[in-house]
Design a protein around this ligand. Structure first.
Ligand code: PLP
Length: 444
């Protein structure tokens, strides 16, 4: 739809007067008003087109403009718009069964609305589980610095990015942090395997120093995403799992970004041959067409919630979790992924991306390029020797140049020095070959 300048100007003025934007540092410049999307592309109210190299917030996995998703939402809303999950409905049942078949048929699904919700559910549920399992002292949760787990008080407490917490503290107590695997910045000369084992050992020491009988769980993303695309060596993940088992600590995998094909496997943890106790998912579950999240809990944990004494059931509720239309959309979204082979597509394009971007490493300010599936990070530095994060001005300029050339990229990282010096890409998995070539060309 064509929109003229005056129309956009009026909308932007109303925006400026009425909307408090997420995460935005105040400025007088109105953000673009996005009007429509198709495939990997979005169009603003002035008719400018952008390839959305971040899938919104790492979420629109099957791409924009899917009529099938709109149709199932419409049909479901007409038939039954809502039933709380104190009752049940068919889309929720079918989706839970489907997700289980994609894992190993060993989980119970608890529905909520967002990634933060899903993680809050995990924390509450795990604390209650330990109490009902005769280990009521276990309440502490270990996470990693640079990991992000959400914006609500508990999920933010689990988050290991100080600037997101600054001025909102004190948050929920009982969350501890250890260093994440950052291969690019590991001690010079150390092998990745030795480094990985040392980090896992650090986590074990934390568990022991804190008195292992007080540790409830470890939460981690399969790979740290918003914290700068930090991909662990399989040794690290397997070792963390082993340590958790050894000390009676549960393992929560936050698949909010990594889930649903993003990393080239359906779930990110499937790269590492582990069995999480709890898996949280959102974003790609519906490709962001409607809000929905799931906390998947192993059935042996669920067993401890079966007492009928009035106190032992999980006393948690939310109004919208498992909305019938959102569940129907999630099912159709997964069907699209399967029919179009989008997980494989993410894997193949991810490999191609890393290959095609290698030339960029010749630039003095490109320190590292890494990725898994369609989740790519380009770390910018002042110089390769010092690895000092590049100045915010350089990163802002690169982002603006990309945007001026029609490509939206992200900016993440939260390195020790406090800058977001990593350009991120997380485009829709349905990118065509032309889309892919376009992204590489703009980046170059
Ligand atoms: N966990 C991870 C890994 C995320 O990246 C996010 C959001 O970006 C969340 C949790 C929180 O999800 P939401 O924004 O839907 O609450």
């Amino acid at each position: 739809m064509e929109r003229n300048d005056q129309f956009t100007h009026t909308l932007q003025q109303k925006d400026h007067e009425n909307i408090w934007h997420h995460m935005s540092i105040y400025n007088d410049k109105a953000p673009p008003i996005i009007e429509q999307g198709e495939g990997a592309w979005i169009t603003d109210s002035l008719g400018n087109r952008f390839l959305d190299g971040m899938s919104g917030l790492w979420a629109v996995n099957v791409g924009y403009g899917r009529e099938r998703l709109a149709k199932v939402a419409y049909e479901q809303l007409k038939k039954l718009c809502y039933a709380p999950l104190t009752q049940s409905h068919e889309p929720a049942i079918r989706l839970a069964e489907k997700i289980n078949s994609l894992l190993d048929d060993d989980y119970m699904m608890f529905y909520s609305n967002s990634g933060s919700d899903a993680n809050e559910v995990a924390f509450k549920l795990i604390r209650q589980y330990h109490q009902q399992n005769g280990e009521g002292n276990r309440y502490k949760i270990i996470a990693r610095y640079r990991g992000y787990h959400g914006s609500s008080l508990g999920a933010l407490a689990a988050t290991g990015q100080a600037l997101r917490k600054f001025k909102y503290e004190p948050l929920t107590p009982g969350f501890l942090h250890v260093a994440p695997p950052d291969h690019y910045r590991r001690p010079k000369g150390q092998s990745i395997e030795t480094y990985s084992l040392a980090l896992a050992r650090e986590m074990e020491e934390k568990i022991i120093w804190e008195q292992k009988e007080t540790i409830a769980a470890v939460i981690m993303e399969p790979l740290i995403t918003g914290g700068g695309v930090l991909i662990p060596h399989p040794t690290y993940v397997k070792e963390v799992e082993r340590i958790c088992r050894k000390h009676g600590v549960l393992l929560i995998m936050d698949e909010v970004i990594c889930g649903f094909g993003r990393t080239g496997k359906l779930f990110g943890h499937q790269h590492f041959d582990i069995r999480p106790d709890v898996i949280t998912m959102a974003k790609g579950l519906t490709s962001a067409y409607l809000p929905l999240s799931i906390t998947a809990i192993r059935k042996d944990i669920y067993e401890k919630f079966k007492e009928t004494d009035g106190y032992s059931h999980f006393r948690h509720i939310n109004t919208f979790g498992g909305n019938p239309a959102a569940c129907a959309v999630a099912l159709e979204n997964i069907k699209i992924m399967e029919e179009e082979g989008l997980v494989q597509r993410a894997r193949d394009l991810g490999i191609q991306f890393l290959h095609d971007l290698q030339d960029l490493l010749e630039l003095p300010f490109v320190g590292d390029i890494r990725g898994l599936g369609l989740l790519i990070g380009i770390e910018l530095v002042e110089d390769k020797q010092s690895q000092t994060p590049a100045k915010p001005e350089l990163i802002a300029k690169i982002m603006a140049d990309c945007q001026a050339n029609g490509l939206i990229v992200g900016r993440n990282g939260d390195t020790v020095e406090g800058f977001n010096n990593i350009i991120t890409l997380s485009p829709p998995l349905c990118c065509t070959d032309e889309d892919f070539e376009f992204m590489v060309a703009v980046l170059k």
